[in-house]
Design a protein around this ligand. Sequence first.
Ligand SMILES: C[S@@+](CC[C@H](N)C(=O)[O-])C[C@H]1O[C@@H](n2cnc3c(N)ncnc32)[C@H](O)[C@@H]1O
Length: 330
Amino acid sequence: MDGPSILAMADLATPMAIRVAATLRLVDHAGDSGATAERLAADTGTAPHALRCLLGHLVTIGAFELDAGRYRPTDLGRQIGADAPAGIRPLLDITCAGGRAELAFVELLGTITTGAPAYERRYGRDFWADIDAEPRLRRSFDAQMNWRFQVQAPQIARRFDWGRFPEILDVGGGDGAVLAAILRAHPSVHGRVLDLPPSAAAAAERFTAAEFTGRGGAVAGSFFDPLPAGADAYLLSDILHDWDDEHARAILTECRRAAAPDAVVVVIEPVRGQGVGTAMDLFMLMCFGGRERTVDELTELATGCGLTLRDTSPVSDGRTALEFTTAPPT
Ligand SMILES: C[S@@+](CC[C@H](N)C(=O)[O-])C[C@H]1O[C@@H](n2cnc3c(N)ncnc32)[C@H](O)[C@@H]1O
C-alpha cells in the first residue's frame, strides 16, 4: 500500500504508552545506565509483568533500548525526561492539566454529536472547575501556559505599544507571566491581573517581587462578572478561543462595560487561517467548546458588543493583536 496507513494513524497503543511512560517518569528512573523491569516496577509502584509489556512497546517504537536485561532511554525517549530542554514531559503526564485534558478525546464522538465539550462528559465538570478543585492541576496548567509563552510573552511585551496605557487590566491573565513581561518592558505602566482565585493568588505572589516596585497586582474574580472599571487597556490574551460565541460575547461585553470612553480592549489570539493547526482547533472544541476564529469573526463578535476595531498587528510568533476602542465606528 502506498502512502500513510490510516490504521497506524488511529493507533492508541503508542500515544498512551508514551503518556504513561511520561507520567511514571520512566526515563528519569532508568537514567543513562538503564534499569531492569523489576527495578523500574519497584521504583514506580507498578506491576512488573505489566510494566515489562509497556517497556516492550517502548523498545519497539525506539524510545528505549534493551541491553543485557536493562531498559535504557534512547535519544527519542529522553525527550520525555525531566531535564529535556524542550520540557514537554508535563504536557504528556496524565496527572497534569494538559495531559489529563487530552484524554478527554476518547469522548470526541459526544462532542461531534452534540457540540458540547468532551471534558465535562469525561470528568464531570468543566475544565476550569476541574483544575481549580485540584491545586496540582492548576499549578501544572499555569506552568504550561508559561512554558508555551516563554518566547512569546517578551515578544508581546515589545511588539505592541503598551507604554501608551498607564493602567492595564489583564483579564484572565493567569499567574501574571504576560503582564510581568509588559511591566518589565514598559517601566511607566501599572497593571493588574484578574483571574480565578488560585491563579490570581499566584499572580499576586509574582508581583511582590522587588523588580515590579508595586506596579503589579492581582484581583480574584470572574470575567463573567463586572470587571474593575477605569483601566486604560483591557487585555484578553488567549481567552476568547476557550469559549463559544455566547460566552466570548459575555466576556467582551464585561470589558466594554468596564472600559472608560477612551480606553481600549486588546484581544490577542492565534488567528484561524494564519498557521493555526486543525488539531488545535479540534482540541479547543473538544476541551472547552471553544474555537479559533478569523480576524473577521473576532471583529464581528466584538462589534456586536459595542467595540470598534482600530488596528490589527502580528504581535508574536503565531499571535495577532486586535485593538478595539469603545467609540462608535466613524
Ligand atoms: C488559556 S489561559 C490564558 C492565560 C493568559 N492570559 C495567557 O495568555 O497566558 C486562560 C485563563 O483564563 C482563566 N479563566 C477561566 N475562566 C475564568 C473566569 N470565569 N474568570 C476569570 N478568568 C478565567 C484561566 O484561569 C486561565 O488563566
